[in-house]
Design a protein around this ligand. Structure first.
Ligand code: CA
Length: 239
């Protein structure tokens, strides 16, 4: 069955261009002009990926991405953000809001399709069978079967940690390989895979997002930055 992609874009000519190219590439396409409409589609259909415009009437794409990430039913849908803002700071903001990748307008349809493909491939590939088991580190528990991450502090009820798909994969990889330091390029290679479009700085953005999600449950200290080298997760945080 074809994978379903929801395009949320208020400019008809751009939405049409994306729809045509994705349909050609073998995907099934749904369209929405703004966030409210997109929500209706998400409620009634299983959507595999969202192409989300940053500038929408009513709720902005950034706000909408944040809301989708905060809900259990939609937190794992990969989001490709379209932005007319090419300044680096805006790209980072888009990723901060919960997007998994972004394309800057004007974009080449070929590049957009390639990025959609890469995101879906990453999503379906998982991190291999070797680490399909439940992972536990300190209070953090990650279950790859149910995609649930919880914080389990003594004398407290278990609390859900909400993560987007990229943060989930990142945490899963770190937890499966604890204590070791991973460089940005190693993380890109292992978590993102053979995706030529991703820059190393992207890793920092997703680490930041992961830490912010863990911080809500007081678990952020387990992920350490190793100056000049990269990142690691450790059972014994130094601070
Ligand atoms: Ca727009």
């Amino acid at each position: 069955m074809a994978q379903k992609i929801l395009i949320v874009e208020d400019e008809p000519s751009i939405a049409e261009l994306i729809a045509i190219n994705l349909t050609h590439a073998g995907y099934e396409v749904e369209r929405a002009l703004q966030a409210d409409e997109a929500l209706l589609v998400l409620r009634s259909k299983k959507v595999d990926l969202l192409v989300l415009d940053w500038m929408l009437p009513g709720k902005s794409g950034m706000q909408f991405a944040k809301e989708l990430r905060a809900k259990e039913e939609t937190q794992f849908i990969p989001i490709l953000m379209l932005t007319a803002k090419s300044a680096e700071v805006d790209k980072v903001l888009g990723l901060d809001a919960g997007a998994d990748d972004y394309v800057t307008k004007p974009f080449s349809p070929k590049e957009l399709v390639a990025r959609v493909r890469a995101l879906l491939r990453r999503q379906s590939r998982g991190l291999g069978n070797a680490i399909a088991e439940v992972l536990i580190l300190g209070p953090i528990c990650l279950d790859p079967e149910t995609h649930r991450v919880t914080a389990n502090w003594p004398q407290k009820e278990s609390q859900l940690i909400h993560l987007g798909p990229t943060e989930f994969r990142l945490l899963q990889f770190l937890m499966a390989n604890p204590e070791r330091v991973h460089s940005r390029s190693q993380l890109l290679d292992r978590v993102w895979g053979d995706d030529v479009y991703i820059e190393e700085r992207t890793v920092d953005v997703h680490i930041k997002r992961l830490r912010a999600a863990l911080a809500l449950r007081a678990c952020e200290g387990y992920i350490e930055t190793v100056r000049g080298s990269g990142y690691r997760i450790t059972k014994n945080p130094s601070s």
